[in-house]
Design a protein around this ligand. Structure first.
Ligand code: TRP
Length: 338
């Protein structure tokens, strides 16, 4: 069977270095392997949280542009916007008859996101992982690169796939495997080495955005929190120093070396020496991505064309799978295609 990947990110705010090193860089690496990849912009998921409808479409373009700028090759992989392929919503409904409430009740992300006010949380936030299952299974994806925070949702997808197969006595849906990416490259906040770098943290100095220019990157790294000690000579010794560990980790991820190799060069040096080297490296790696990102966004018509083609490609794979699902479930088939 074809090895197929599906993954996505939500079009909320700007992507940052954590998204790049923790996810996108891996997506690019995976497309070079023996996979057919589908990378979507998860806009249907984004509407489950408060959002600005005047900015949603552009945010989707921005995230798609970031995928491509980071190296996702539109000739190899399918890049598209989820809402442009209505089949996702359709399969979501079919799967909502499979997904069990008891299992949805256990989803920690819903609990975190709905908080104390879960009575007022929208149904969509609760049903979110069912839509994820539909995203994945619409393409018979076999591998799903996700961050640790989505692991539980992936488990539910696997559960829905096997429950469907069992209920309808079929092997139609492959049970997809999570490819946990970015575990080694969890990028932490520049202000607090124990917190993940995040688009929702208030201080912009806590993160490096994929759109930051060279001066901004240099200034943010200069201001990054550190401790007064020089860099140690073993990765082990970084464990008790989260901020130092984070900066060395970022350096290692960008230069594609181990932390030990980085420390071999910088052991005994002060941050006043390490930070400029890290800034130079970050700027060198992000600059071409930045340039390509801006080019893509400067030509909206062309970008929209790319995304239209992506949606067509996705539909061509998804339609027969959705149609077959209706068959298996025993629907009246007198008017195929809806
Ligand atoms: N929920 C994912 C996130 O916020 C995005 C997403 C939506 C996704 N559908 C998916 C990821 C399907 C993997 C597979 O990160």
């Amino acid at each position: 069977m074809t090895k197929r990947i599906l993954s996505g990110m939500q079009p909320t705010n700007n992507l940052h270095l954590g998204n790049y090193l923790g996810a996108l860089k891996n997506w690019v690496a995976l497309q070079e392997q023996d996979f057919e990849a589908f990378y979507m912009v998860a806009d249907l998921h984004a509407i489950t949280a408060p959002y600005d409808e005047t900015k949603l479409a552009q945010a989707s373009r921005e995230v798609a542009a970031a995928y491509i700028a980071a190296g996702v090759d539109i000739n190899k992989s399918c890049v598209f916007v989820q809402s442009a392929v209505r089949l996702h919503s359709d399969l979501n409904w079919l799967f909502s008859s499979i997904a069990q409430l008891g299992k949805l009740d256990r989803m920690t992300q819903f609990k975190e996101k709905s908080g104390k006010n879960s009575e007022r949380a929208p149904l969509g936030l609760y049903a979110y992982p069912v839509l994820m299952a539909a995203d994945i299974m619409l393409y018979h994806a076999t591998h799903v690169p996700v961050g640790d925070d989505q692991r539980q949702h992936l488990e539910l997808t696997r559960d829905i796939a096997s429950s469907f197969n069992h209920k309808y006595k079929t092997e139609f849906f492959p049970v997809p495997e999570a490819v946990i990416v970015g575990a080694a490259t969890r990028v932490m906040s520049l202000r607090d080495g124990t917190k993940k770098m995040s688009k929702s943290e208030e201080s912009d100095n806590s993160r490096i955005n994929m759109t930051d220019d060279a001066d901004t990157i240099a200034s943010k790294i200069k201001k990054a929190k550190t401790d007064p000690e020089p860099l140690p000579d073993t990765a082990e010794a970084l464990k008790a120093r989260p901020e130092a560990d984070n900066l060395v980790n970022i350096y290692a991820a960008l230069s594609e070396e181990t932390k030990a190799a980085v420390l071999a060069r910088f052991a005994g040096k002060q941050f006043s020496a390490f930070k400029p080297a890290l800034a130079d490296l970050t700027i060198a790696k992000l600059a071409p991505i930045n340039t390509r990102y801006r080019e893509l966004l400067n030509d909206t018509a062309e970008l929209d064309n790319i995304l239209r083609k992506g949606a067509e490609k996705a539909r061509a794979v998804g339609v027969p799978i959705l149609e077959k699902t209706y068959d298996i479930m025993g629907f009246w088939r007198g008017a195929r295609g809806g």
